[in-house]
Write a protein that binds this ligand. Sequence first.
Ligand SMILES: NC(=O)c1ccc[n+]([C@@H]2O[C@H](COP(=O)([O-])OP(=O)(O)OC[C@H]3O[C@@H](n4cnc5c(N)ncnc54)[C@H](OP(=O)(O)O)[C@@H]3O)[C@@H](O)[C@H]2O)c1
Length: 493
Amino acid sequence: MSSRSITVTNDGTAQANIGVVGMAVMGSNLARNLASREGNTVAIFNRSYEKTQTVLDAHPEAEFVPAKDYAEFAATLSKPRTAIIMVQAGKGTDAVITELTKVFEPGDIIVDGGNALFTDTIRREKAVRETGINFVGAGISGGEEGALKGPSIMPGGSAEAWETLGPILKSIAAVVDGEPCVTHVGTDGAGHFVKMIHNGIEYADMQLIAEAYDLIRRGTGKTPAEIADIFAEWNTGELESYLIEITAEVLRQVDASTGKPLVDVIVDQAGSKGTGVWTVQTSLDLGIPVSGIAEAVFARSLSSKPAQRAASSSLPGPSSEAFTPADPDAFIEGVRLALYASKVIAYSQGFDAIVAGAEEYNWDIKKGDIAKIWRGGCIIRARFLNRITDAYAENPGLVALVTAPFFVDVMAEAQTAWRNVVADAAKAGIPAPAFSSSLAYYDGLRADRLPAALVQGQRDFFGAHTYKRVDKDGTFHTLWSGDRTEIEAVDAH
Ligand SMILES: NC(=O)c1ccc[n+]([C@@H]2O[C@H](COP(=O)([O-])OP(=O)(O)OC[C@H]3O[C@@H](n4cnc5c(N)ncnc54)[C@H](OP(=O)(O)O)[C@@H]3O)[C@@H](O)[C@H]2O)c1
């Protein structure tokens, strides 16, 4: 409960130092989190008043200051006014921003804590800035529990806004090793960009864990409950993470109505809300291979095509029932190593996308700080994020995370098992797209020569796209439809 009493001004208006717009699950939990922190008095507003009333009735201890319209909401806030929007992303956010800019003044701060596309945030920040009001797009991860108990927060926006907002966000964020999981990521859309990449990595991590489960189940015949024990055991080591922890919980769950493992009665079609797709689309535009994330998105898409899957179920291929590893325990350990290595690749690719985004949009993003604020409160929180922070602290210019000494050692330990697992999966006809594409990416990075040379030759043949040579400077073209001599060319493509 807030220890700060509500101050009342001469006109009788209560003064709150922070407001939340949107009293659905995320907004109400975030408002309660804010209200529970020393020094905060929280104003709340929702488009339809019923939700505000419900929250007021359910949480008298929060001493919320309710508002029935935007003008009243603005009047309850002390200056500079600070309001966090937690409403439906897209049109809902735009509608609230429009209304708030009518009642707020220059110097006030509007924070969008929803899951906005970062380019929308760039657009909104520019438009709101013209009114003299600060606009901050802040990625907030951790779902409803995180919002209530301490999320990981990724704010963008101006340095001026961060001065006021920083202490408030630090007070409600998750804390790891005494450090709050929030940092000023960069200007305008930087926060939502990093949140988007966070969600992309989350997609990859979940898919990799799902592939590990599938391989162990089909390879060893273990039950979901037995596999839950394996994940619980993995969670005591290098793989310790929120997603591994909840995987064990889900696998252990028994369906009350059938007595079967819950995982066996859930329809095997995975949905998505868009941030994974945004990550892949953005990375394609930036020219960054995020193959682990892309395969995770594609795997969900494939799962959600029941007609195609039914029509293809009798296509020729090995029967996975016939797959029995000679040494099941060694196979399970191999899967663990494959998961660890593939996970490192997913993070490495995600950080590549952050570096490229920062370059493209002129953000000064500290990669080590991002790994730090992902250590708590968010869905991808994991023990090994400390290693990423260390890697960037040792070498801020690291060109690929996977080349940091610690991760080189991980790859040295894991790569043989990783290859065996991918080969076993292929031979048994068990789809492991994220495991195998991560391995192909790893080998692509390692290769002395890539067949891209042949691709350049093909491009030059049909489109005169020209090529460079390994032995001299310049740009060249072979006269493929002429006498096939080589000429020096100006690359116009
Ligand atoms: N749920 C999660 O786990 C999670 C996690 C991270 C981030 N987020 C993000 O957090 C935000 C809030 O999520 P949520 O699940 O709590 O709520 P939501 O279901 O996404 O949105 C419902 C809220 O939006 C309001 N709203 C919709 N259109 C509006 C408009 N035109 N003007 C004013 N208010 C409008 C609704 O008001 P009414 O009551 O009047 O309809 C309601 O308060 C979203 O951007 C979401 O993507 C959610």
